[in-house]
Design a protein around this ligand. Structure first.
Ligand SMILES: [Zn+2]
Length: 244
């Protein structure tokens, strides 16, 4: 390592030691996995703080913390005052330990302080639509015979024409999804693919029952949630913290 880089590295390490010594002074969101609600900005800042303290390398599996889903267009989707952010957390145990790995997903609506956690990305996306866009389940399904996207991911003219003719006028507004007929192995909901910046939802979402709300029936946590929880996170919440 060149001397200048070594100096920077040593300085970084000094800053980290100082931060670690004062870790108790941290006032933000927890520096470990949590299923409690926190505003997206606080979750992002907490993850950055963890990286500052313990380094960027492997910070996602090592911290088990929520981090923004950079594959999606976070923060650009909104509807009727509702916001949309998606996060992921990696609860896989440390490499040298035995045990099941698990990726968790969370959708957040900041204006409502609403969130939903699941081990299924599609589940949290559907829950967000149930929360923010009531009536989306009644939207027409674009038949499989109509090619929806071209190579660059844009809506084809034929699909645009079909949507304009079949979707209710009041639902042809920013944030609203389209629903497309899918085959068995291509059922992921894709963000930003509707003509109005909403999701392209797989029609398989409609063949599943609408999930119960928290007030009715608390949903059991995934079986591995607690066993896979990191040692440094004694406050991992149990099922009631899941928001539905
Ligand atoms: Zn909302």
């Amino acid at each position: 390592m060149p001397a200048a880089n070594q100096l920077t590295f040593d300085l970084d390490e000094l800053v980290r030691e100082d931060l670690r010594a004062n870790a108790g002074a941290w006032q933000g969101a927890p520096l470990h996995f949590t299923t409690d609600y926190y505003p997206p900005g606080e979750l992002v800042t907490a993850f950055q703080q963890w990286q500052l303290l313990y380094g960027n390398y492997g910070s996602i599996p090592r911290s088990h913390m929520w981090h923004p889903d950079y594959l999606s267009r976070n923060g650009q989707l909104s509807f009727d005052g509702h916001g949309h952010m998606k996060f992921r957390a990696d609860l896989s145990p440390e490499r040298e330990h035995e045990g099941p790995g698990e990726l968790l997903y969370m959708a957040v609506c900041e204006p409502c302080e609403w969130h939903d956690v699941s081990d299924s990305e599609n589940d949290v996306v559907e829950a967000w639509h149930d929360h923010a866009i009531p009536g989306w389940r009644e939207l027409p399904v674009i038949p499989a015979q109509i090619r929806v996207s071209n190579e660059s991911g844009r809506l084809t003219p034929l699909a645009q024409k079909w949507v304009t003719a079949h979707y209710p006028a009041e639902m042809q507004v920013p944030g609203v999804p389209i629903i497309t007929e899918r085959q068995r192995y291509a059922t992921r909901h894709v963000e930003g693919r509707s003509p109005w910046g909403g999701y392209d939802l797989s029609s398989t979402a409609l063949t599943r029952a609408e999930p119960p709300h928290q007030e009715d029936t608390p949903r059991p946590a995934p079986a591995t949630l607690q066993t896979a929880a990191p040692d440094r996170a004694p406050t991992v919440s149990t099922p009631h913290a899941l928001s539905r």
